[in-house]
Design a protein around this ligand. Sequence first.
Ligand code: ATP
Ligand code: MG
Length: 443
Amino acid sequence: MRLSRYFLPVLKETPAEAQIASHRLMLRAGMIRQQAAGIYSWLPLGFRVLRRIEQVVHEEQQRVGHIPMLMPTLQPADLWRESGRYDDYGAEMLRIRDRHKRDLLYGPTNEEMITDVFRAHVASYRDLPLTLYHIQWKFRDEIRPRFGVMRGREFLMKDGYTFDIDKDAALHAYNRHMLSYLRTYERMGLTAIPMRADSGPIGGDDTHEFLVLAQTGESEVFYDDRVTALRLGARDIDHDDPAAVADICAEFTSLYARTDETHDEAAFAQVPEDHRKVGRGIEVGQIFYFGTKYSEPMGARVVNDRGERVPVHMGSHGIGVSRLVGAIIEASHDERGIIWPEGVTPFHVGIVNLKQGDGAADSACEGLYRTLTALGLAPLYDDRDERAGAKFATMDLIGLPWRVTVGPRGLAAGKVELTCRRTGETEEMSPEAVVSRLGQIYG
Ligand code: ATP
Ligand code: MG
């Protein structure tokens, strides 16, 4: 993308309404525009990040065998009357009536609808296990929408639903989800700690939330800090092996880590004092096993291997896709702006032309732009006729992990500069070396 042809409405002033860094930076970097309380337009730069996060979520869901689909945002109230949640859900549910006076709602989650899909099409244990998921906009009429996309009213969520014949199989699905989530967060450069949680209106006994540590998080968290060093890394996991999957989950959940909702002072006191930490965290996902809570009242039954019709065991699993954009920025920024992890950056590299109009600089930039694009990378080329300082400030604000700086003086010696946004380190090298380095980084 050439910046002169792009739509990047960066703000000079710091918006007064934004209380936390991620919200301020998303507004300043021209990523979002608020249209109503808790409702945002995703401007082109923000939209690119949102799409990259979605892509990582899709890849990690499909890696473990989950099947993508799409359910609508609007749902008939009657489905929710079957489960009893139409009345229970309360003021957070946005209720709508159509021209035929039929009650609808803007989905805050999809347990009822997926249960309806399941009961219409699946009748035998032979079709299990089954995990379906979608990434779709949700609406919850939050009492206090705030912090930008972190607590919106309309927000994008990946929600997945597991169907299994019994509790053991369902707990395997739960554990498999835990690993897929851990890998998803790692790819985004985040440390998200699974913490035993409270189930809230979804219901059920087994549930973990995933929290990213951040001072501005809304949850108070209590943890053994050795949990922050755990990584899945590149290990090869057989996701169909319940024991192997359970062992890795145990590795990530045996150290103490809880939110204030489930905190247990006595158990926390057992953690060695120098590892005992109290902090704050942002909830970026949650997984639930809730058994037959929906399948029982809604009649989602399958025939088991003894010929009996039994209610299916279910779980649901959510990742806050739009909240993650904010959470990543909370975890990765400095006083100059955002610092995108390579796994979700909107553009892989920024090209700054120090002297637009200079023949050598222009053609070196064009060459880099074309070669990088041909490699499958997305460069953002600042080809505007602007001062170098202003170009650097924009690049720092929008936080691309790498910047190539091209100017007539360096080019005279055959060199350009490659700068790492995170460390600020700059190396001089030939344009060809820049291309091969970036190829390796993103390879
Ligand atoms: P919270 O406790 O933050 O209100 P929740 O527990 O009600 O969230 P879940 O039903 O677990 O939310 O939804 C799954 C994920 O969707 C959450 O972990 C969170 O990342 C995201 N999410 C929930 N509510 C919002 C919101 N209002 N704005 C943005 N993301 C949200
Ligand atoms: Mg939750």
